[in-house]
Design a protein around this ligand. Structure first.
Ligand code: N01
Length: 547
């Protein structure tokens, strides 16, 4: 087994390995590299058949990242930064996965990762301060530290729709897409869900399928990616300026080198406002959230941004009665993640694409041959389908860990610890779970920022903290319950200053029935978070108990 091949790091260590890393996506891969480089013995487990996490599983046509590739890439090695060439501004999933495979090869990461193996349990033993990690292949090994790099958007959500199991055609989920691809040519395809995944997928399916029915519960804001190939000159410039680009990103709110306009929405005249909106719209995708500093805080400001977006959306749709159903009406723009698309709304101008508004005509059930929706007159409309695609998202931020039997002090499970609302100190540790670390955990900027940089930051902090303990011959670190509570309160207060709590979003846990409604992230920005984390650490790990 993996344990046998791992030499003990230091005399007197009584565990199989120093660290177990859960997950080999962007965060887990770097954790293996960094912790191993610090002289620790590391064993990673990955449920997928290879590295890549999100980019390994989400292979649906049209999948791309909504952060520019030049930013959504590792910064830990300048040689890596300089040698890798991105072909376009927003790379496709296959290119991002190729990059991650390149990283795994270049740094020889796979030798510390066991694939096709899902961690099912992690139990803390108080008597000897060790963790025992168990997997679905029967492996069980002990370690001093656990690093959960299990992802913020990895626990796949299938909605509980009556009859779902009985569909006789092909069932797919965007986040568990078949590796050989799916044959949609000349098929009647249904897509449930119009979040980022659904909206990226729709134009691709529309081109391929005989007929596409989109089942939309909530219309979403989506902004063209403004994607384009990266030219040689641009690439040279980007590489020459990488250090400065990274420096700006680390000071920014979202982890990429973009800042909002200098003035607030309501401080500029109509002409200037329109110019600023056009500029940020043209930058593409989520960057529109950053047009004005007050856009995510002030409802009147947000309403003006919504008006602009609505005009843009209506502009590209031929039939304005279809546009009526596609224009979002129930949430401020940006409070659900703005989607980055390539021709989404235009898809509805095609003869083979049909929109079903589930607010008006809800799904009644899935049948063996398709989906039945209420027809509005007490009857049922049947939509015949060969393929049914769930683009219904994830149990976000907490779901991956919540599904694992994680037990800390007193045999308390993480599920119990989070039952009344998620708790974490800094998104890095949970009280009662000594030496267990989370990467991009709840209470950190996580998915609100560029996940490659946030992952590197968290892994570096974890490695630094383990180094701190070892050099002082200390055994364990965990947050004080009081510090944790204060931190979550602060996250809640920060969120209250924004419009985020106004949407039924996965940020709020609202997409999962029964999940506590809490804004799960730190919303004051990546740069501000880094500052706070550094202050706390430099003040001798304030709020942590170290023994
Ligand atoms: O998931 P989602 P996603 N009946 O939860 C609908 C990142 N990402 O996979 O809004 C009918 O956003 C649900 O409807 P509603 C990105 O951060 C990025 O699309 O709950 N419909 C919604 O429309 C993103 O935000 C990219 O009313 C049901 C959809 O399913 C995050 O991942 C690409 C339903 C789910 O949307 C998640 O995106 C992909 C039901 N019972 C993902 N249940 C990039 O571009 C759910 N829905 C980088």
């Amino acid at each position: 087994g993996p344990a046998a091949s791992s030499p003990h790091a230091a005399a007197g260590e009584d565990t199989d390995v120093d660290v177990v890393v859960v997950g080999a996506g962007v965060a887990g891969m770097y954790a293996v590299h960094r912790l191993r480089g610090d002289g620790l013995t590391v064993q990673a487990f990955e449920a997928g058949s290879d590295v890549g996490g999100t980019w390994h599983h989400n292979r649906y046509p049209g999948a791309r990242c909504d952060v520019e590739s030049v930013d959504y890439s590792y910064s830990f090695s300048d040689a890596l930064q300089q040698e890798w060439d991105w072909s376009e501004r927003y790379a496709t999933q296959p290119e991002i996965l190729r990059y991650l495979h390149h990283v795994a090869d270049r740094f020889d990461l796979r030798r510390n990762i066991v694939f096709n193996t899902r961690v099912t349990a992690a139990h803390y033993d108080e008597t000897d301060n060790t963790w025992t990690v168990t997997t679905d292949t029967g492996t069980s090994l002990t370690c001093r530290f656990c690093v959960f790099a299990s992802g913020s958007l990895s626990a796949v959500n299938y909605p509980d729709i009556p009859g779902r199991e009985g569909f006789a055609g092909t069932v797919l989920h965007t986040a568990a897409w078949p590796h050989g691809g799916a044959d949609l040519a000349d098929k009647r395809v249904g897509v449930i869900g119009t979040g980022s995944s659904g909206i990226q997928l729709v134009p691709e399916v529309a081109r391929e399928a005989a007929h596409l029915t989109v089942f939309q519960r909530t219309p979403n804001y989506s902004i063209p990616a403004a994607n384009r190939p990266t030219g040689d000159g641009e690439r040279r410039e980007q590489k020459a300026g990488y250090a400065e680009r990274r420096r700006k990103s680390r000071l920014s709110g979202g982890g990429s080198p973009f800042v909002p306009h200098a003035k607030n929405t309501l401080e500029v005249d109509d002409a200037e406002r329109e110019r600023v909106y056009e500029h940020y719209w043209d930058l593409g995708g989520v960057l529109f959230s950053k047009a004005f500093p007050d856009q995510m805080r002030n409802e009147d400001a947000n309403a003006l941004a919504r008006d602009f977006a609505e005009r843009k959306i209506r502009d590209v749709i031929d039939d304005q009665s279809v546009a009526d159903d596609l224009v979002p009406t129930d949430h401020p723009i940006g409070t659900k993640r703005i989607v980055t698309d390539s021709g989404y709304f235009q898809s509805y101008n095609r003869d083979n694409v049909e929109l079903v508004n589930l607010r008006r005509t809800p799904i009644e059930r899935v049948t063996p041959t398709g989906i039945g929706t209420a027809d509005g007159n007490g009857g049922t409309d049947f939509h015949d389908l060969d393929v049914l695609i769930f683009a219904t998202g994830f149990d976000a931020v907490t779901g991956a860990m919540d599904r694992i039997d994680i037990r800390g002090r007193g045999d308390r499970t993480i599920h119990d610890a989070w039952a009344d609302g998620v708790r974490s100190y800094l998104g890095l540790q949970v009280a009662g779970f000594p030496n267990l670390f989370t990467v991009n955990g709840p209470g950190s900027p996580g998915v609100l920022a560029n996940m490659v940089l946030t992952s590197e930051d968290h892994v570096d902090w974890i490695a630094g903290t383990i180094g701190h303990l070892r050099s002082r011959r200390l055994d364990s670190i965990e947050p004080d319950a009081a510090a944790e509570q204060a931190w979550m309160q602060r996250c809640g207060q920060l969120a209250e200053q924004t419009l985020f709590p106004r949407a039924d979003s996965w940020y709020m846990g609202a997409n999962i029935p029964g999940k506590p409604r809490v804004f799960m992230l730190y919303s004051a920005g990546f740069g501000k978070y880094r500052e706070e984390l550094a202050e706390i650490t430099d003040a001798g790990y304030k709020g942590f108990e170290i023994k």
